[in-house]
Design a protein around this ligand. Structure first.
Ligand code: SER
Length: 320
């Protein structure tokens, strides 16, 4: 990874990954792109280009002009939005992915794109879901993710593109909120705990899903991309996780810091159905064995840091 093109760079992952990669690889060597501009540091701290990922010509032109050797393709709709707008999700998630893969093929780039726990479905074993198992998701997002995993493997076998991917769980972060995901509740709860001292969860008590704190997700992307190719038996995509949580566990951890925090429930049937079709917990053994995946943050450590950092961010923006 010497010169890296990032799509969807203003999103939840991109906004932090770009800054971390600029620190490690040099500000000028990370070309951030997104469909819109914002006041984010991503736009001002290095090269930034407007890019609609459904426009392959434009993507190719930017990648070629900057002579990139790596494509990190993050632009996509998350699960709940994809379920509400399935055709848009297919066109954006799959259209964007095939364009990014074509650019990587033509310019001989290394390639990363995230998959998700959404690539599993109701027929998948729910607990400690293995790396290789039944993948028959019932959501459009899941259909996109499984197709994406297959397509990335295809580009590796057929064209020799060095494609690598991770099946991310819900990602929890304090910089850019996610949008339109099923696991977003696990981020919202921290914002509302600080702002209101209470939170109404749209996911029901007792619904377990895997989660990970963003610094671990960023380290995992970089570790996988830097991993010795000869050690990889799998490619698209590795199970990774840091914790399996249900809403009450988050609430009681937050109460250790905000004793009066109150939790309410108003379950959203659409997102609850998606959550119930996903695993309770996934098994990351292949990632641990093949390239040394390790998560540093558990619920306790993450909660401590989230509340401090988010508290600072919110008081800076006057939202507290
Ligand atoms: N966090 C994502 C979502 O909820 C899962 O990959 O859509």
């Amino acid at each position: 990874m010497k010169k890296i093109l990032v799509t969807g760079s203003l999103g939840q992952i991109g906004s932090e990954l770009v800054m971390k990669m600029r620190d490690s690889y040099g500000a000028d060597n990370v070309i951030a792109t997104d469909i819109r501009k914002s006041e984010s540091d991503v736009v001002h701290s290095g090269p930034f280009e407007i890019l609609d990922v459904t426009d392959e010509k434009a993507m190719f032109e930017i990648a070629k002009r900057h002579q990139v050797d790596t494509v990190v393709h993050l632009a996509a709709l998350l699960s709940a939005t994809a379920e509400a707008r399935p055709l848009l999700a297919w066109n954006l998630n799959m259209g964007g992915l095939i364009n990014a893969l074509e650019v990587a093929r033509e310019l001989r780039c290394q390639f990363f794109t995230p998959s998700s726990i959404g690539a599993f479905g109701p027929a998948t074993p729910k607990d400690r879901t293995p790396q290789e198992t039944i993948q028959r998701p019932t959501t459009m997002y899941g259909v996109n993710k499984v197709s994406g995993e297959l397509l990335c493997d295809y580009y590796y076998h057929k064209f020799g593109v060095d494609t690598r991917g991770l099946r991310f769980p819900g990602l929890i972060s304090c910089i850019t909120p996610p949008g339109g995901g099923t696991t977003d509740y696990a981020v919202e709860i921290y914002y509302e705990a600080i702002k209101q001292g209470e939170y109404t969860s749209y996911i029901a008590k007792g619904t377990y899903m895997d989660m990970m704190y963003m610094p671990d997700a960023l380290n995992a992307i970089i570790a996988l991309m830097e991993a010795d190719a000869s050690k990889l038996k799998h490619r698209n995509a590795f199970n990774v996780t840091a914790m399996s949580l249900e809403p009450e566990q988050l609430a009681s951890e937050i109460r250790k810091h905000i004793p009066n925090f109150k939790m309410h429930y108003n379950v959203d049937p659409a997102r609850q159905a998606i959550a119930e079709s996903w695993p309770n917990s996934i098994d990351a053994t292949a990632a641990i064995e093949e390239w040394g995946f390790k998560a540093e943050y558990n619920l306790e450590k993450m909660t401590q840091e989230m509340l401090v950092k988010l508290g600072q961010n919110l008081s800076l923006t006057g939202a507290k």
